[in-house]
Design a binder for this molecule. Structure first.
Ligand code: MV4
Length: 585
């Protein structure tokens, strides 16, 4: 087993991996950006190294710096979590060349599955059912027209470098094909530097069903059953559950075998997920995620298998300690992603400082999070601050338990998706096992979920004579205790004793406006689209512009009804948090 493992990630998944390492008796090494000095993942690691400034490109994605830190720390292996470098074949390759173990699949499998056309070709040849369509890239619209006639409309046009819905367009009829083709190609070029697209038959009302697999380096492959992740908004999953409402034991065995075949076809090892669409009892391969996923927890709850621990054991060369016949499924698990977002305002990011924080507990409740009271939610990273997972004997009981746990979950200072999840869990659609797509798109329904403006954190009160300080020596983090006379309070003490940061004026989040008539940007990014003109009359909640940040499109909506008097933005322009986007009077 490894003597030391570096976790190349942040937030809840870094904490999750460190928990597994702790149980295995392996010291963990954290890495962090300047924005994450006070973060939970840094505090709980045995040692921690600074990577660089807040933006991910200068810290969590900085491979040269990471390689330096890996060497300095003496770590023998790296766990990448999800996101950042988790599906970067070049990084996996570089680790291998440096003699460091990547806790994940072989670089060749990441690469094979990274190209969606290549993945489709491989899967087809392995006898895995794929959504009907092309396995070769489609060079131009003319070719696309011919192929589309054969497949039949509606047609899905997808970017080959894509995945998770990026570069995904639908053409309902031949007239719309050109627009869909160019849109998918443009997005593919923008996000993956690859304008290659392919075509699929568009399935009208599928379920997103994915299968968890585990494969070791000795040729053993098992599946841990499926998860239903159909509740998504703009291809971002919001709620996941296992088992899937539409999957019975026979279908589970069938799609499980499909997933095992898919993993074998790319000589996979580690944990992985086969994503697919389920339509009228028929299962089609979509893509493979070659990482541990956000929603792996619901599978852990129903099978009792610690997926992250297995990943680490597999990477160390150990054999799976169980076979397919040993896997038993119990009860029902549901996961709600607790994002710092405001559902009532088009799911706009809602950054800020958590002023008070209380997690639910009790039977069947699990919270995976990376925050505490005092944590700052920065617009630099993923808005997911915690995952709430519940388990109970069946779906109905698990739903009641989720509602109870959501009620217990108290987060103040930032707006979150808790009210949204409560409303979904209480809905008839959820009870019926529907995808709730209409609810998520329903502006009126969402508007009912508006939350009051968060209160600013309380002022610092009593002075202390003992204080924890954080020092960095040559980029390595140490915590020191300083005793002495009380001095003027520091902005942020290190260590678990740190109190919330003193009151600070916060830029309002989520396109919520800067107060009065001014609509300010809640985040830093580039103006992708402007959807109104100066002088236009707008309703409250109307789409004003789309700001692209960290490859995500953020819809900014009017904070009030009125006339757009000023509109000092243009497409392509850079904006920072607090910039005026529009003045509405
Ligand atoms: C599809 C589809 C229909 N037909 N592909 C791709 C990424 C993932 N986020 C969902 N994706 C879809 N791919 C074809 N050929 C519909 C979706 C889809 C979806 C599927 C199931 C449940 C919810 C969904 C929400 C959006 C898109």
């Amino acid at each position: 087993m490894f003597s030391k493992v570096l976790v190349a990630n942040r937030g809840e998944i870094a904490v999750r991996v460190m928990r597994a390492l702790d149980e295995l008796g392996i010291p963990s090494v954290a890495v962090y950006s300047e924005a994450d000095r006070e973060s939970q993942h840094v505090r709980r690691a045995a040692e921690a190294y600074l990577l660089g400034p807040g933006p991910a490109a200068e810290s969590y994605l900085n491979v040269d710096k990471l390689m330096e830190v890996i060497e300095a720390s003496g770590a023998e292996a790296v766990h990448p979590g999800y996101g950042f470098l988790a599906e970067n074949a070049a990084f996996a390759q570089r680790l291998e060349e440096a003699g460091i173990t990547f806790i994940g699949p072989p670089a060749s499998a990441i690469e094979a599955m990274g190209s969606k056309t290549r993945a489709r070709e491989l899967m087809k040849n392995a006898g895995v059912p794929i959504v009907p369509g092309t396995t070769d890239p489609v060079p131009d619209v003319e070719q696309a027209r011919k192929i589309a006639e054969d497949i039949g409309y509606p047609i899905a046009v997808k970017a080959a470098g894509g995945g998770g819905g990026k570069g995904f367009r639908v053409a309902l009829e031949p007239d719309k094909l050109e627009e869909a083709f160019e849109g998918a190609a443009r997005e593919g070029e923008k996000f993956f530097s690859d304008a290659t697209v392919y075509l699929e038959r568009y399935l009208p009302d599928p379920r997103h069903v994915e299968v968890q697999v585990l494969a070791d380096k000795h040729g053993n492959v098992v599946h841990l059953g499926e998860r239903d992740c159909s509740i998504q908004r703009r291809h971002q999953k919001l709620i996941e559950e296992s088992p899937a409402p539409q999957v019975d034991d026979d279908l589970r065995a069938k799609i499980g075998e499909i997933a095992v075949e898919a993993a074998r076809a790319v000589k996979y090892h580690s944990a992985g997920t086969i994503e697919g669409l389920l339509q009228d009892g028929e299962y089609f391969f979509l893509e493979m995620n070659t990482r541990v996923q956000v929603e792996h927890c619901v599978t852990e709850e129903t099978t009792g298998v610690d997926i992250v621990r297995e990943q680490i054991r597999i990477a160390a060369g150990e054999e799976l300690s169980f076979g397919q016949a040993d896997i038993r499924w119990h009860g029902h698990a549901i996961e709600c992603r607790i994002n710092a977002e405001e559902a009532a305002k088009n799911f706009a990011p809602a950054p800020g400082t958590i002023s008070s924080y209380f997690e639910p507990a009790g039977p069947g409740v699990r919270v995976d999070s990376g925050v505490l009271a005092g944590s700052e939610i920065t617009p630099l990273y993923d808005p997911m601050i915690a995952k709430l997972i519940v388990w109970d004997a069946d779906r109905e009981l698990a739903t009641k338990r989720m509602l109870r746990a959501l009620d217990e979950f108290q987060i103040e200072g930032v707006r979150t998706l808790i009210p949204f999840h409560k409303a979904i869990m209480a809905s008839e659609q959820w009870a019926n096992g529907e995808t709730c797509r209409d609810l998520i798109e329903d502006r009126k329904w969402l508007k009912e979920l508006a939350q009051p403006k968060p209160e600013a954190p309380a002022e610092d009160e009593a002075e202390t004579v003992e204080r924890d300080y954080l020092v960095e020596v040559s980029g390595k983090r140490f915590e020191v205790k300083v005793r002495g006379d009380a001095v003027a309070p520091v902005a942020n003490g290190a260590g678990p004793a740190a109190r919330p940061a003193p009151r600070r004026e916060r830029k309002s989040g989520g396109g919520g406006g800067g107060g009065g008539d001014t609509l300010t940007s809640p985040l830093q990014g580039n103006v992708f689209k402007v959807l109104v003109e100066q002088g236009a009359e707008v309703e409250e909640g109307a789409l004003i512009c789309i700001i692209e940040a960290m490859k995500m499109e953020n819809e900014i909506t009017a904070h009030k009804a009125g006339k757009v008097e000023e509109l000092p933005i243009s497409e392509g322009a850079a904006v920072t948090a607090g910039d005026t986007l529009a003045v509405i009077k």
